[in-house]
Design a protein around this ligand. Structure first.
Ligand SMILES: Nc1ncnc2c1ncn2[C@@H]1O[C@H](COP(=O)(O)OP(=O)(O)OP(=O)(O)O)[C@@H](O)[C@H]1O
Length: 684
């Protein structure tokens, strides 16, 4: 036995135990090697007429034998001579493929897409195999050789037989328990799954003999006979050529029915379709990645089908986006905006990311660095042959490449969403319904840095327009003299539309954005302004839309009722910062506004968050001097009835809270206050 060189042994040990985190990639590595070998064979034919080969003849074949515990990966590629086996498989970290690429200058060629570069992938076999046998015959040679190894100790090379050029890699799969999952690799389903996941887009067919079942057509006279027998009440027996569904499913042959059941059973016999098993060779991979095909040649149905099968969605995507970049870093991307948010979208479990391929081989299922958080709902793939991969192909070496792709992907998604907004508003509103929250979070978490990119993608429901509007549409519809963009924030649009302070702004002819998502106000605050119009909460106590005349009148009323206002303030204690008389409170006796940066709704939201604790808004009780309740207050004050002033003050304050949809501090006290009020009313 030949020993691996000392450094090779160390490396092999490292390979098997540390380099890969996921042992199922062994098949990806072997199929990639086979694909490289076939590519080399084809490329050799291109440069040497005598070696020409029809591309259609080149293929990779998988086989497995659960009894012998073997998996075989065969190719009819370039093969390896005795020396090649020694050099390529006897020396770890020696890549014949990388050498081939350099020597033949195939790197720039579209004809070959050599995947191997480090010379280690092959050894990942030892993560699942206790023994590996490689039988290979080099192209142009008439002798074959077998390389065999049990892993770290060393390997042997012996003469062998092989009918034509190419290579068979035969793994003897380790014994293991269910947790190791080794037995799963020895099933048709297991292998098919690995090929679909990791090697679906390898450019050559990966074939495997698979077992299928089909119904057996019963000859007409036999079916008649069966029916006759059934009519006679005699029991029928299955034909020997076919098996019943039970047998196919692995069940035992059905027992002959008891005499009393005979008629029923034969009825069933006549009706039960019979099945037979057969084998056929199936191509497991789809080969041409849909993202590499020209956009004009791909139908929407194909794109939808690809999205639905690869990203496991029952609904077609709302939009598909193709990106093709050439230059120092060439890549293709195919992205999808789903039609609906997955159930775990806004949970901690959701993983954003795009599938990352290099030379058609899957490197990473979900590469998070390719998507900004605000586009985390996008699904898709990025494929680049130019990526600097690390040795395990599990991560990348140079993040600058990823950053460059991510930045282009982000711009492209933004542009496509804007095009959808302008070209297909209905679809865009559907999109925004599902994912608008992500965009709002994007603005908020970037402290507004993403405002320039995302503000125009926002939609808000405007009260007067009574539809979803972009900020641009709102701004364009602003009447002369309107400076700010007004918004109100609460649980439901219907409720918000009826709020006194919303109505006051609308009375002035200004529209109001009715915001109902918890993130809305944080997002608008982070945005600050749009087209130089600041966002202003209608419940901001400093908002003053009154005319000079109204203002003068309010000031006058305040002066005249200064004592009353301070009595009310005193009765409410710390609950309010200020009590004022206001011209903007319509119909109701009083409304609540806030001064400072925390609104009532924000206070409520923060109270729900574990770290939001006891942030309080600074509340202002605005009284409507036109309301009869104000006259009653004045009367009580004039009569020196401090108790009554206090009672009215508390009632008005609690009422104002209820109007806002805010909880009142002491509901029981409120009920008592109302009873007290009713007792003061003169009885009829
Ligand atoms: N099926 C095969 N047919 C022909 N040559 C092969 C085959 N499998 C492996 N080789 C040779 O063995 C070398 C080592 O293979 P290995 O998988 O370890 O590394 P690699 O494919 O070159 O690089 P990487 O580690 O990036 O996959 C290859 O470069 C190739 O020359």
């Amino acid at each position: 036995m030949r020993k691996f060189k000392t450094e090779s042994r160390k490396l092999l040990d490292l390979m098997i135990n540390s380099i890969y985190t996921n042992r199922e990639i062994f098949l990806r590595e072997l199929i990639s090697n086979a694909s490289d070998a076939v590519d080399k064979r084809y490329f050799t034919g291109l440069t040497n007429e005598a070696a020409q080969v029809d591309r259609g003849e080149l293929a990779i074949t998988l086989a497995f034998d659960p009894q012998a515990r073997t998996i075989t990966v065969s190719d009819n590629g370039i093969g390896m001579s005795r020396d090649d086996l020694e050099r390529n498989l006897g020396t770890i970290a020696h890549s014949g493929s990388a050498e081939f690429k350099a020597a033949k200058e195939v790197a720039a060629s579209d004809e070959a897409q050599i995947i191997g570069q480090f010379g280690v992938g092959f050894y990942s076999s030892f993560m699942v195999a206790s023994h590996v046998r490689v039988v290979s015959r080099a192209f142009g040679s008439d002798e074959a050789w077998a390389w065999e190894s049990d892993g770290v100790e060393g390997y042997t090379i012996e003469p062998a037989e092989r009918a034509a050029c190419g290579t068979d890699v035969i793994l003897t799969v380790k014994e293991g328990d269910a947790e190791d999952g080794f037995d799963g690799f020895l099933t048709e389903w297991g292998l098919r799954d690995l090929v679909r996941r990791y090697s679906n887009y390898v450019r050559y067919p990966v074939r495997m003999e698979v077992t299928r079942t089909r119904p057996v057509e019963q000859p007409a006279d036999e079916a008649d006979k069966a029916a006759d027998k059934a009519a006679d009440g005699a029991s029928g027996e299955a034909s020997s050529a076919a098996t019943s569904a039970d047998e196919v499913a692995g069940g035992d042959a059905p027992e002959a029915p008891a005499p009393s059941d005979a008629a029923d059973a034969s009825d069933e016999d006549a009706a039960t379709p019979r099945y037979e098993t057969y084998t056929e060779v199936e191509t497991l991979n789809s080969m041409v990645p849909i993202w590499k095909r020209r956009r004009s040649e791909v139908t929407t149905e194909e794109l939808d089908a690809f999205y639905q099968s690869d990203f496991h969605d029952y609904e077609a995507p709302l939009k598909s986006i193709g990106v093709h970049a050439e230059g120092s870093l060439s890549y293709d991307a195919l992205l999808f905006v789903p039609s609906h948010a997955p159930f775990d979208m806004y949970s901690r479990d959701y993983e954003k990311g795009l599938a990352l391929y290099s030379s058609n081989v899957l490197i990473m299922d979900k590469c998070p660095d390719l998507l900004p958080d605000h586009f985390m709902f996008v699904r898709g793939v990025v494929d680049s042959a130019d990526l600097a991969l690390n040795i395990s192909r599990e991560t990348l070496q140079r993040n600058s490449q990823l950053r460059a792709i991510a930045s282009k992907v982000e711009k492209k998604i933004g542009a496509e969403l804007a095009a959808m907004r302008d070209g297909d508003r209905e679809a865009y509103e559907r999109f925004f319904q599902a994912f608008g929250r992500c965009l709002k979070f994007g603005i908020y978490t970037s402290y507004g840095a993403k405002a320039a990119d995302l503000a125009d993608l926002m939609l808000f429901h405007a009260a007067a327009a009574d539809r979803m509007q972009t900020l641009r549409e709102y701004a364009d519809a602003m009447p002369e003299g309107q400076e700010a963009i007004y918004y109100a924030f609460g649980e439901s649009r219907e409720h918000l539309a009826r709020l006194p302070l919303v109505r006051a702004v609308r009375e002035k002819g200004y529209d109001v954005l009715l915001c109902t998502e918890d993130i809305d106000e944080f997002c608008l605050k982070a945005l600050g302004s749009y087209a130089e119009h600041p966002f202003v909460n209608v419940a901001d106590a400093d908002l003053d839309l009154a005319t000079q005349e109204e203002r003068d009148r309010a000031a006058e009323t305040e002066r005249e009722n200064a004592e009353l206002l301070s009595a009310i303030r005193a009765a409410l204690g710390d609950e309010v910062e200020k009590v004022t008389v206001s011209a903007r409170v319509l119909d109701v006796p009083a409304a609540l506004s806030t001064t400072g940066s925390v609104s009532l709704e924000m206070e409520r939201l923060l109270a729900r968050m574990p770290e939001g604790g006891d942030v309080r808004s600074e509340r202002v009780l605005e009284l409507n001097p036109q309301h009869r309740a104000f006259t009653s207050l004045q009367a009580a004050q004039r009569q020196g009835d401090a108790d009554r002033v206090g009672l009215y003050a508390k009632l008005l304050y609690n009422q104002a809270l209820l109007i806002e949809g805010m909880p009142i501090p002491d509901p029981l006290a409120f009920a008592e206050q109302i009873s007290e009020l009713m007792q003061q009313e003169p009885h009829a």
